[in-house]
Design a protein around this ligand. Structure first.
Ligand code: AMP
Length: 223
């Protein structure tokens, strides 16, 4: 089972992705995490990628594409959920070419749609409980609004994550994501066109709903 997942930062892609990954027991391959691992280990690739990542730019295709295709071969023998790749149209074409060459199927492509304004608010509205970062608090999401300025679960103090408040960095990432000409949405639509030809199945989820109902819709569509 091979799956791609698309969704802007702030759409709940991580949550829905782990649901799909657990359902099929496949490897979760996340391009951003592979880069972070390389940076942590101080590899040549990590050194090359770091400056781009720090600026919020895409790492060049010459570095990213071979790295991801190699990881799919090494870690994805029993299926994969690929997250964070492809991020542009060239990456999409190269991935499709590689899959065809290997005779591999792309079973599902999931796209979580969410308008840009809501996605940005969700990121900037995130609050972290000092007692437990898994206590969900977001000043812009009604269902998990903090209790005044305290954690809605335990009453603990709340803080923000520095990168969640960096509006320029969020905008830059969203510029790439919402670009339907050559960016990430262009990559997603490349697969939507393939789905129309019966080459894969495309699942569109409305990311503006609550997490539980999105989960249920996804599970029903993956059945
Ligand atoms: P992420 O954790 O997915 O937000 O990725 C963190 C950073 O890694 C991104 O801002 C990019 O600089 C880089 N990156 C991750 N995936 C890709 C990709 N498919 N193409 C180019 N750069 C990427």
């Amino acid at each position: 089972m091979n799956i791609l997942i698309f969704g802007p930062n702030g759409s709940g892609k991580g949550t829905q992705g782990s649901l799909a990954k657990d359902k099929f027991n496949v490897a979760h391959i996340e391009s951003g995490a592979i880069f972070r691992e390389h940076i942590g280990q101080g590899t040549e690739l990590g050194k090359k990628a770091k400056a781009y990542i720090d600026r919020g730019d895409l790492v060049p295709d010459e570095v990213t594409i071979p790295m991801v295709l190699q990881t799919l071969k090494e870690k994805g023998k029993n299926g994969w959920l690929l997250d964070g790749f492809p991020r542009n149209i060239v990456q999409a074409e190269k991935l499709w070419e590689a899959l065809r060459k290997e005779g591999l199927k792309l079973n599902y492509v999931i796209e979580i749609s969410l308008d840009r304004e809501t996605a940005k608010n969700r990121i900037m509205g995130r609050r972290l409980c000092v007692n437990d970062p898994n206590h969900p608090n977001n000043i812009y999401i009604e269902a998990i609004k903090p209790d005044g300025d305290k954690c809605r679960i335990c009453g603990g103090d709340l803080k923000t994550r520095a990168d969640d408040q960096d509006e320029e960095a969020i905008n830059k990432r969203h510029d790439i994501y919402y670009d339907t000409e050559s960016g990430t949405l262009a990559a997603a639509h490349f697969f939507k066109d393939l789905a129309a030809k019966g080459e894969t199945r495309y699942i569109e989820l409305d990311g503006s709903g609550d997490i539980q109902s999105i989960k249920e819709t996804l599970l029903a569509r993956l059945a």
